[in-house]
Design a protein around this ligand. Structure first.
Ligand code: ZN
Length: 284
């Protein structure tokens, strides 16, 4: 995710303007994409970035470029800080605004107050209809949004324009994630507007790549366990030969996510009561 730069704002369709959150980093790539959606005087804002001061000027210029006066309301793909952290400053400048998201277990801890948005719920503005699709796996409160007018999909963190999605040990679940990717593929989106990285022109192709990549890793992990590799560290060394060693810590979390999935499916088991990262694992 490091090294890719994007313009601070860009027009990606007649109803979609992207404004970059000004929060580049290892996990955010060029930063979080926030989107102004619609064609009317006020637009829906999808995600708010992390709360970086410089983002306000970018959003202001994005509104100008979009040719509108302000923000109708905010919808969030999920509660992670790089998506919700800008709520306070955006509302201080353009608010108060209605905020909607799928309720999540960390909302209270984050003092995140929002209208509940369920799977299938619709948010409308002139020129755009957003339909929420519950797609857990990266986060339990994760929503994608179908943009009905374009048959396009706002994918949040489930599919990225650069890099691969992290399945955090806190709140992440690889089996849920793969089911979500299948659900997204079934929607047959044209283009995908990701929460990080460039526009994805061919949504289904990208989704198939993502699914194939996870399937391939899973086969490699099962093969490694079959050869007697019994914990995450040894599996990483054997499987991630194509990945630089600085990324092996991240790879370890990915392997642990696979093992938790395979455990849920009854295909592997822990030989002790340790956490996935340090446990001894075996095929069932
Ligand atoms: Zn996230």
């Amino acid at each position: 995710m490091i090294g890719l730069t994007m313009p601070e704002l860009d027009v990606w369709s007649e109803r979609v303007v992207v404004a970059l959150g000004q929060n580049p980093g290892i996990f955010t790539g060029p930063g979080t994409n926030t989107y102004l959606v619609g064609t009317g005087r006020k637009r829906i804002l999808v995600d708010t970035g992390q709360g970086v001061g410089a983002y306000l000027g970018v959003l202001e210029r994005a509104l100008e470029r979009a040719g509108c006066d302000g923000i109708q309301e905010i919808v969030l793909t999920h509660g992670h800080r790089d998506h919700s952290g800008g709520l306070a400053q955006v509302q201080a400048r353009w608010g108060p605004l209605r905020i909607s998201k799928l309720p999540g277990p960390d909302d209270a801890k984050q003092k995140l107050v929002a209208e509940p948005l369920a799977d299938g719920a619709v948010v409308r503005t002139p020129g755009a209809t957003l339909r929420a699709v519950h797609t857990p796996g990266h986060a339990v409160d994760h929503l994608c949004f179908v943009l009905e007018e374009e048959g396009a999909l706002f994918s949040g963190d489930n599919v990225l324009g650069v890099g691969t999605t992290v399945i955090p040990s806190d709140g992440g679940d690889l089996l849920d994630y793969l089911n979500s990717l299948a659900r997204m593929l079934a929607l047959a989106p044209g283009r995908i507007y990701p929460a990080h990285g460039p526009l994805i022109a061919d949504g289904p192709a990208k989704l198939r790549d993502y699914i194939a990549h996870r399937d391939e890793r899973e086969a490699q992990i099962l093969a490694a366990l079959g050869r007697g590799d019994a914990n995450v560290a040894t599996v990483v060394t054997r499987v991630y030969t194509d990945v630089p060693e600085v990324l092996h810590a991240a790879a370890a979390h990915s392997v642990a996510a696979h093992l938790r999935k395979l455990e849920r499916e009854g295909r592997v088991q822990r030989r002790d009561a340790s956490t996935p990262l340090v446990a001894t694992w075996a095929l069932t």
